[in-house]
Design a protein around this ligand. Structure first.
Ligand SMILES: *Cc1c(COP(=O)(O)O)cnc(C)c1O
Length: 296
């Protein structure tokens, strides 16, 4: 099956919200709704998988194998994409065997799941370990965790068309591996607000500062919520208020924190008053099922 037969909502819609800071301060923010491109293959993960899938086909591989945590948006998208394309998918999952809504979906999409220890999972980029896996699955095309490779980046270069990029003074996006932001940088030379949802301030700089645009990058780490995947009542409240005010759901790992810190940043930096700002909504809403019941 051709990848174009997936009925993706491309290009994804851009919606505008009026972020209200106070009585006399409102800022228009455009939101690129990657969360809307497909009900199951959501967000930036489709773009990261696209060229991996094409490459797999070119190499005559008929299985896709990858790595992730038990609530991985990447594995969820991979399973859904594989199922839609009639390709078998295999996952190595970090930690003890668990059951949850994400893995339940993955299994329903026909994904084969293997749980491995944290120690073994750390070897996910190790050549010997990957060779062992390849020997076990000779027909599998192996995709790194999060779709973090050059093919993933190439797909992310297509998130924004070149003429869309020019209109913005600031683009806001969350980073995990940084693949998405690096892809976005290809055509966009303006300023970036990037949220790295980690407590460790080293994560992120090394990855992004190497890229071509020093001085235009505002990298914000998670100072208020405890780090990756952590949340507290203030964050939950932020997500609920956001949904109430703008009718847009945010995932608690990436987009909610990015918006929260973007608001702070815009409050402190008057330079962007009246400027054109775009937030890339990278999706990830399936992961909210780990904390919201029923789902938002
Ligand atoms: C994976 C993911 C990211 C991070 O993307 P990277 O390319 O790894 O930086 C951001 N947002 C959501 C919702 C994700 O699932």
């Amino acid at each position: 099956m051709d990848i174009n037969a997936l009925k993706l909502l491309l290009p994804p819609p851009i919606e505008q919200i009026n972020l209200i800071f106070s009585k006399d301060k409102k800022i228009n923010i455009d939101i690129l709704r990657l969360d809307k491109i497909h009900p199951h293959i959501s967000g930036n993960k489709f773009f990261k998988l696209k060229y991996n899938l094409i490459q797999a086909k070119q190499e005559g591989k008929n299985e896709l194998l990858s790595f992730g945590g038990p609530y991985s948006n990447h594995l969820h998208a991979l399973a859904a994409l594989g199922s839609a394309m009639g390709i078998k998918t295999i996952a190595y999952i970090r930690g003890d065997k668990v059951e949850n809504a994400c893995l339940h979906d993955c299994k329903n999409y026909g994904m084969e799941l293997h749980f491995i220890s944290y120690a073994l999972y750390k070897k996910k980029y190790d050549t010997d370990f990957l060779m062992q896996i390849q020997t076990r699955y000779p027909n599998a095309f192996i995709i790194p965790e999060g779709g973090n490779n050059d093919l993933g980046k190439k797909g992310c270069e297509e998130i924004l068309s070149p003429n869309q990029n020019e209109n913005y003074d600031l683009i806001s996006c969350a980073m995990g591996t940084g693949t998405t932001v690096k892809g976005l940088m290809k055509n966009y030379q303006g300023h970036f607000f990037v949220h790295a949802p980690f407590k460790n301030k080293d994560v992120g700089y090394e990855i992004l500062e190497k890229e071509h645009f020093k001085g235009k990058l505002f990298l914000q780490h998670d100072t208020d919520f405890g780090g990756f995947g952590k949340y507290n009542p203030a964050l939950i409240n932020y997500i609920e208020k956001f949904k109430e005010n703008y009718n847009i759901a945010l995932d608690f790992v990436y987009n909610a924190k990015t918006f929260y810190y973007l608001e702070k940043f815009l409050t402190e930096n008057k330079a962007y008053d009246g400027k054109k700002i775009l937030h890339i909504h990278t999706g990830g809403l399936q992961g909210n099922r780990s904390i919201f019941q029923p789902a938002l």
